[in-house]
Design a protein around this ligand. Structure first.
Ligand code: G6P
Length: 495
């Protein structure tokens, strides 16, 4: 007879996010290569281990034929991933259009793209229809794979319609929804034509989570002001049904980074980088090439620093890794050209025959190369104009225990929170207003000349935070609260 499994039973978790942790590239009719996807959501969820997790999402590729769909489904199954197949038109309207041209800029307070405000307004209805249709397609796949007792955890602004679709399938499904971006002030959210539909649909979830208390507060006030519902300390109440709303600050799998630094290939990379940049301080930026990341502003601040501190010109280098993203969206294409133009101008202005001040790479690095780069960095610049919770800052800190480099981070001004991470790494980082290039330039000087004792003190604070607030802890807290929320709701219903 079969030996009983000695492991404790782990809860099955269906993670549903627009993007799978791997993106597929077709190599032949039924052959695929799978590459790691970029972004904070993937980086955090990869650190979630204590569940029997399946990941449902889009593999980032159009697969119109049955042979392709079958073979990709098989290849992804090995990674515990289940694909949702979206055709080109849906991707255009739902992903490029409604998600990335409307919701993303709006949730980051950037408004609609200036040049095509009217065009965007006109195409709004069709894009919202595609958004709903895509969300329904995700719900169909969840429904096919759902088993009694599973927890369904929906992620991000792409899937705000999903909780409602799932509850329509099965009202007893445990559904949580978590937003990886800021949730804006209700004054911003109210400008969306589909504002009420989105709120109502999210409220169908049992638990709604945000990175910070402020984002949660904004969501609750949008529900009270726009829908006229009642906000309570626990969440939002609608005709006796409570949707619990709370903050769950995310983290990373810090051990994965710390362990990687010991690997021979990472040590080799570190040695090469040290030789390559000997005699110069290394400053680093790692961002998706996205307007919220403030890359042009950061580079202009670096230019100002070089302008005002001529003795540093041949003693410092800025390495900017800009990972291409959403390349079909015109705003992103414009940003790429703008960044190239600024980098070219500054390198022309301050470069010499043997060295340039900025090394700009339009691509991602593999995990080991990235760890090595973090480890040799003296100053990291994480200066997003606004961000949900920037995890690059966490990754940098995790790799810095021997160097104790300085983190320059977007700050929290009064109630304005730029990068969510500023609330957690605030005491250890130099906080700056990313829009103020004079201030950022000053902070670069401060970071490069900081005394070792102060660097050590600041690093210890950050390191302690990053290694104790991990992705695993984040997920466990969310899922356990979701389980409790459902049980409480059942008790309330029986009463
Ligand atoms: C952000 C979003 C994620 C998204 C990632 C990469 O981190 O919150 O949901 O996956 O950016 O963007 P992309 O559009 O390439 O999936």
């Amino acid at each position: 007879c079969e030996k009983p499994d000695a492991r404790p039973l782990r809860q099955r978790l269906l993670v549903v996010a627009n993007r799978l942790p791997v993106s597929a590239v077709r190599r032949g009719e039924d052959s695929w290569s799978l590459e790691m996807s970029a972004g904070g959501l993937v980086s955090a969820l990869l650190g979630v281990k204590e569940f029997e997790a399946r990941w449902i999402g889009w593999a980032g590729v159009n697969v119109p034929d049955e042979v392709g769909q079958k073979s990709l489904t098989k290849a992804l199954a090995e990674k515990r991933c289940i694909p949702v197949f979206l055709d080109e038109e849906i991707v255009h309207q739902y992903y490029n259009g409604y998600c990335n041209n409307i919701l993303w800029p709006l949730f980051h307070y950037l408004g609609l793209p200036q040049e095509d405000r009217l065009a965007t307004t006109r195409s709004f209805q069709s894009q919202f229809a595609a958004y709903k249709k895509a969300n329904q397609m995700f719900a169909d796949v969840v429904h096919q794979h759902y088993e009694e007792g599973d927890v369904v955890w929906c992620h991000d602004y792409h899937l705000m319609f999903l909780p409602k679709c799932l509850k329509e399938y099965n009202n007893s499904m445990k559904v949580g929804w978590f937003l990886h971006t800021p949730f804006p002030s209700s004054e911003i959210h109210r400008t969306l034509p589909s504002r009420s539909d989105l709120l109502r649909s999210v409220l169908a979830a049992d638990l709604v989570g945000f990175h910070t208390y402020d984002y949660a507060r904004h969501f609750v006030s949008a529900c009270t002001r726009i829908l006229g519902l009642e906000g309570t300390p626990e969440g939002v109440e609608d005709q006796g049904r409570l949707t619990r709303v709370a903050a769950f600050p995310i983290g990373i799998d810090s051990d994965r980074f710390i362990r990687a630094l010991e690997l021979p290939q990472v040590q080799d990379h570190i040695k090469e980088l040290k030789e390559r940049f000997a005699g110069r301080k290394v400053m680093l930026g790692v961002d998706r090439l996205d307007m919220i990341k403030g890359i042009p502003q950061k580079i202009l601040a670096f230019e100002k620093f070089l302008e005002e501190n001529s003795h540093w010109r041949d003693k410092v280098v800025l390495l900017q890794i800009a990972v291409p993203t959403r390349t079909d969206v015109p705003e992103y294409q414009k940003l790429t050209s703008q960044v190239h133009e600024i980098v070219g101008r500054i390198n022309g202005r301050f470069g010499t025959l043997t060295a340039v001040p900025i090394h700009h790479l339009d691509r991602s690095l593999d995990f080991h190369a990235l760890c090595a780069l973090y480890a040799v960095t003296d100053v990291a610049l994480v200066t997003s104009l606004r961000d949900g919770m920037n995890l690059v800052s966490y990754e940098f800190v995790a790799c810095q225990d021997s160097k104790k480099g300085v983190l320059i981070l977007s700050e929290a001004f009064c109630i304005l929170k730029f990068a969510g991470a500023a609330q957690s790494l605030g005491a250890g980082a130099i906080l700056v207003n990313p829009w103020n290039i004079t201030e950022v330039a000053d902070s670069i000087r401060q970071a490069l000349t900081m005394l070792p004792e102060e660097r050590e003190k600041r690093h210890q604070h950050n390191f302690e935070h990053v290694t104790t607030h991990t992705a695993q802890e984040w997920a466990e807290t969310f899922v356990s609260e979701l389980n409790d929320t459902v049980i409480e709701a059942q008790i309330r219903t029986r009463q």
